[in-house]
Structure formats: C-alpha cells, structure tokens
Design a binder for this molecule. Structure first.
Ligand code: SF4
Length: 452
C-alpha cells in the first residue's frame, strides 16, 4: 500500500456513507483506504467534507429507496465546492437512469470497479471546475470484478473478509447476478494477506463473506475450495481465535466443509445458509435447489454436533399459496433454526419473477412475515432459555452506552450485526478480547451474563 502523502488537491477530505450488506461494507472500507493512501483525509461530517461518497445498495426496493433518498438529501444540501459521488450496486444496475434523474451527482462508480474512485477524484482535480462538469461514469467491462484490496484497516475486534463476489446462480427473484456478474474467487494469497493485516491490528474474529462462499475456488479449478481455504487460514494464523462463514448455498455444502467445521475448533460451528423457502414447489419456481430441507439440515447437524444454523426466508414470492406458506412455517418450527431472518418478496425488474401475474398482495406478505417471525422468536427464546447456567466464550465489543453497567459482546452463536448479543454485567472487561461468562438470563434475542 502506498504511504500516506499530503495532498495539495482541492478535494482533500471525504465522508463515505455505506449502505446495504456486509459485502458493501468491505468495499467501502477499501475505498476509504485507497483515498487515505492518495493523501485524502476523513472529514468529521458531510458539511466539512469536500467529497461526499454514497456506497449504494440495489438489492431490493427498500434498499434502493434508502440509497436514492440519501443521494437526494446529500445532493440538495451539497455546496458548489463539494462533489457528490454515487458508488456501488445501484449504480451498477441503473447507471443510465441515475445520470438522467439525479443531476446533482458528479460521478458514478459501479460496484465492480470501486478501485476507480481515486482516478475519478483526480479527474475532478484536472477539470478544476467545481459544480460545472458533466457526470463521470465508471463501470467495469462485463466479467471484470474488483477483488484486490490494497490494505485492510479494522475498526473493531471483528472484521469481514470478502473471499469472492458475484454469483453463478440465477434465482428467479434476485438481481445480484446482474449487478455483480458471475462468481469470482479472490486468490487465497490475497485473502491470507488481508487476514494477516487484520490480525496485526488486534482483530479476533474473521467473518468470511461473498454472495456464495461455498462456491469458493470453483472458478479457480478447485474442489472444496472453502474447506481448503479455512484450513490454510487456520494453519497459517494460530493466533486467530475465531473464523466464521456466512452466506452458504445449500447445494454447495460438502462433507469436507462440514468436517472442517467439526474438527477445527477455531472455525466456529455456526453457519448462515439462506434457504429462502422450504416448499418444493415454491423453491422450483424460485429456481432454487429443492433438496429436501429436513434431510439437508439433519445431515448437517449430524456431521457438526452443536451447529448453530442461521437462515433467511422470503415470503410472498409470486404464486405462494397459503398452503405453501403454512408448509414453510411448519418446517421452520420443526427444524428449529437458531436464527431466522424474513424478507418480503420484492418485485425486481430484470429478474425471472418480475411482473408475474400471480403476485401476493402486500397485506398477505406482511401477515406471513409477522407469523413466521413470531414463530422464529419463540424458538430463539426457548433456545436462549436452554443456555441459562451454561458457560460461553464472548468477544467483548464495548459498552452499549457510555456509563452503562453492561458490556456488549457476542458468542460463537451470534454473527455481527444480524444476531443477538451477550450482555455481560461487570465493572471492567477487556474490550476486544474473548472472556468466559456464565449465562444468567435469557431475553428474546439476547443473553444476560456475568464473568466466570
Ligand atoms: S444464490 Fe443468492 S446471490 Fe445468487 S442468485 Fe440466488 S439469491 Fe442471488
């Protein structure tokens, strides 16, 4: 990575608003590092920044709206000496429309080539014409994908590492392949370098992300690439206590991968595996694998005793009947997933399901989501109650509020941002370290504990 150099540029300071998922967060951090390396500095807030950067999400309707609202708001507030730049998935998907509809934006950088950002900023410098230039648009050619991150910088004891991007599947509801293209794996050496950089900064938990992490290595000619990658990381870094895998695709889970979860204690026995649905007909219409979900989950739990399973479901996919939804609800109750997220189907243009005649009314979608979430909450609470009295290792992340009597942390059962917390009552605990606690009380999503 280039050393920090003072810049004589007009556009010296920046803020980045990062929207969307963990994969976008990784790209936002990478853009930040590139700007720092080219001599720019973080600004305290948008009003004091020369560059206003919004890393957008274009996944579903609500995420798109949040991105557009943020761009509109910053566009309205922006002064003529500031530049507003939209990056990320929304740009990748709707660049032409955004250029037409949002004239206050000075540049657009697609999700596949975020590393073009410093070049875009230097083009502003060359033009030296604040507020007057036509919008710059930087989109990568099809098939290209930015995967190399110059250097990693952590802001806490846990860090995401993106091991791949893009997706080879074509689920009928999903626009991600149009934004990200086909699956591409980051070479293992680059991943090992990132992990090493993060560990030097005190990171204690690495969370592997990608659109489909279980496809890792396929494009590099590897079989069981994710299992090999986990082995390489844990062999190389004996000081790494926790590594966690998110976003597994059901059909790509292998015996060898489950063996790594079972046999390597530092690879947490936790898996996020979005299933989207369980009814075979709905899954067929979704163009998802419809291997029997009961069999799949039983096989995984048999191979990895104590496995904590997180999943997400979509309710209200076109044609989802009341009977199909009831089937999903029953299987969620029967399979007792440890953590469940529920999304409403979002009708995305360009996808196979877009505009299908048999759309489910919004009110039905919401009612189904409430029922499924209530069932999932009851299961999580029961499981949490079963934890009372047991001991757990917890990664302490800080106090939730200044002056609080509690520290907030997470055990192996909780992924950052999406799962619950373990709240530990103590006068003094080492933030960023793993401590042993005893669970005293269970709440719907969180646990209350004291140090052992
Ligand atoms: S596997 Fe995931 S990212 Fe890929 S198309 Fe399906 S839902 Fe989208």
């Amino acid at each position: 990575m280039a050393a920090l150099v003072p810049t004589t540029a007009t556009y010296k300071t920046f803020v980045i608003v990062s929207l969307g998922c963990a994969k976008n967060t990784v790209d936002s951090e990478a853009m930040e590092q590139l700007l720092l390396a080219s001599g720019h500095r973080r600004a305290a807030d948008a009003s004091s920044a020369d560059l206003l950067i919004v890393n957008t999400c274009g996944f579903i309707e609500s995420a798109k709206q949040e991105s557009i609202d943020t761009l509109l708001q910053l566009g309205a507030e922006k002064r003529s000496d500031q530049k507003l730049i939209a990056t990320g998935c929304l740009v990748e998907r709707y660049a032409d429309e955004l250029v037409q509809e949002l004239p206050r934006i000075d540049a657009f950088v697609g999700a596949r080539n975020w590393s073009a950002l410093p070049r875009v900023v230097s083009q502003f410098e060359e033009a030296r014409a604040p507020g007057s230039s036509l919008a710059l648009v930087e989109l990568a050619p099809p098939g290209e994908l930015d995967l190399e991150i110059a250097a990693r910088h952590s802001s806490g004891p846990s860090a995401y590492v993106k091991i791949s991007d893009g997706c080879d599947q074509r689920c009928a509801f999903c626009a991600i392949p149009f934004m990200k293209g086909n699956h591409r794996s980051k070479p293992a050496e680059l991943i090992l370098r990132e992990v090493g950089q993060l560990l030097e900064q005190g990171v204690r938990e690495i969370v592997l992300v990608g659109q489909d992490t279980t496809r890792y290595g396929h494009d590099l000619g590897q079989r069981d690439g994710l299992a090999s990658l986990l082995e390489r990381i844990t062999d190389r870094f004996s000081e790494l206590p926790w590594i966690r895998v998110m976003y597994a695709y059901p059909r790509h889970i292998t015996e060898r991968f489950l063996g790594v979860l079972r046999e390597r204690p530092r690879v947490l026995p936790y898996l996020d595996m979005p299933l989207q649905h369980t009814h075979p007909w709905t899954l067929a219409r979704m163009r998802r694998p419809h291997r029997d979900t009961d069999d799949l989950v039983a096989w995984m739990r048999d191979r990895v005793p104590g496995l904590v399973l997180r999943t997400t479901f979509i309710v209200g996919f076109p044609g989802e009947t009341e009977a199909e939804f009831d089937y999903l609800l029953e299987s969620a109750r029967r399979l007792r997933f440890d953590r469940v997220g529920v999304f409403l189907y979002s009708n995305e243009d360009g996808t196979a399901a877009f505009g299908k005649a048999d759309q489910v009314p919004e009110a039905d979608k919401r009612r189904r989501r409430s029922r499924l979430m209530a069932a999932a909450r009851d299961i999580t609470l029961e499981q949490n109650r079963g934890m009372v009295g047991s001991e757990l290792d917890v990664l302490i992340e800080g106090r939730p509020e200044h002056g609080s009597a509690w520290y907030a942390g997470r055990s192996y059962r909780d992924a950052p941002e999406v799962d619950g917390l373990v709240l530990v009552q103590a006068d003094e605990l080492p933030v960023g370290e793993i401590v042993r606690v005893r669970v005293q009380r269970a709440l719907a999503y969180d646990l209350l504990a004291t140090p052992v």
